[in-house]
Structure formats: C-alpha cells, structure tokens
Design a protein around this ligand. Structure first.
Ligand SMILES: [Zn+2]
Length: 84
C-alpha cells in the first residue's frame, strides 16, 4: 500500500495518479492529472475543482453551528427556570 501514498488525486475525475504526471501548481497547491483532457478541464475552471476539495475541511462551518447551538442553550427555560 506504500505506492498509494505517493499518489495524488486527480481533482477532475478522482483517479489516483502519479504526482508528477501532467502536474499543475495553482494557488500554491499541487495537482496532477490522469490525462491531458482532465488537465485542460481543470485549467479552464480551477475553482470548480478546488472548491470540492476545500469542502472536505469545513472549519468555519463548524464554528457557525456551535454559535447557533449556544444561542439556543442560553435562552431562558419556560417556567422561569434560568440556570447560570
Ligand atoms: Zn482524470
């Protein structure tokens, strides 16, 4: 399984490819592609594919959810019970 760790994911078709294959560096990120077709697709609209990669690490989204939950918890309980 060591061979797999040296591969990177083609952001267009999700295939695992050699990091040096048709390599492109975009915004400091390294991408490799299984074919010239995938590379051209990426280059014509990089944000489409970078967006799906970044979506896997939604740090800010998690914080938003926490804030909303806190607001709900700090609401006074019905019946006059307020816990501080
Ligand atoms: Zn591909």
């Amino acid at each position: 399984m060591d061979a797999d760790e040296r591969k990177v994911q083609d952001p267009v078709c999700d295939m695992m490819v050699d990091p040096g294959q048709l390599a492109v560096t975009h915004l400091g990120m390294h991408f490799a592609f299984c074919s010239e077709q995938c590379r051209q697709r990426f280059l014509s609209n990089p944000n489409l594919y970078i967006g799906s990669v970044a979506h896997k690490v939604p740090k800010q989204q998690g914080r938003e959810v926490l804030k909303r939950r806190r607001l709900k918890l700090s609401e006074p309980l019905p019946g006059g019970w307020v816990v501080h």
